[in-house]
Design a protein around this ligand. Structure first.
Ligand code: FES
Length: 125
């Protein structure tokens, strides 16, 4: 019998949206924040170094709708939205959440910006 290819333990959706220069709206990748331009590459490199690339699957996305709190990324499963990211925070998220299994609560989006998920049964009008 052939063993099925295992699913990743986590998917990370990293917002890579970049507003054009001069746009007043904030964006997760910004010329005003040089570190924001390096976060995805840094995260991928750290996942490889720690031997969990593949087990953790990083994905580049466009806007996740929480631009004011950017740079942001969503970890699934769990709907965990991490905000105001830096390389240091990414290090801790990898070690404590993705490897250690414990959400890093201090980096999670405040509740007023991230209420309960919408119930699909109530979505259709
Ligand atoms: S630009 Fe990243 S959440 Fe909107």
């Amino acid at each position: 019998m052939i063993a099925a290819m295992p699913q990743p333990a986590f998917y990370i959706f990293k917002c890579q949206q970049s507003a054009p220069p001069g746009m007043p709206k904030p964006s997760c990748v910004s010329q005003n924040n040089p570190e924001s331009q390096e976060l995805f590459g840094y995260m991928a490199q750290q996942l490889m170094t720690k031997g969990v690339m593949g087990t953790v699957q990083p994905i580049q996305t466009s806007c996740l709708g929480r631009c004011q709190q950017g740079p942001v990324m969503l970890v699934e499963p769990g709907h965990t939205m991490y905000v105001d990211l830096t390389k240091e925070k990414i290090d801790r998220i990898i070690d404590e959440h993705l490897i250690g299994g414990k959400v890093v609560q201090e980096f999670v989006i405040p509740e007023e910006f991230w209420g309960e998920p919408t119930d699909p049964a109530t979505m259709a009008r």
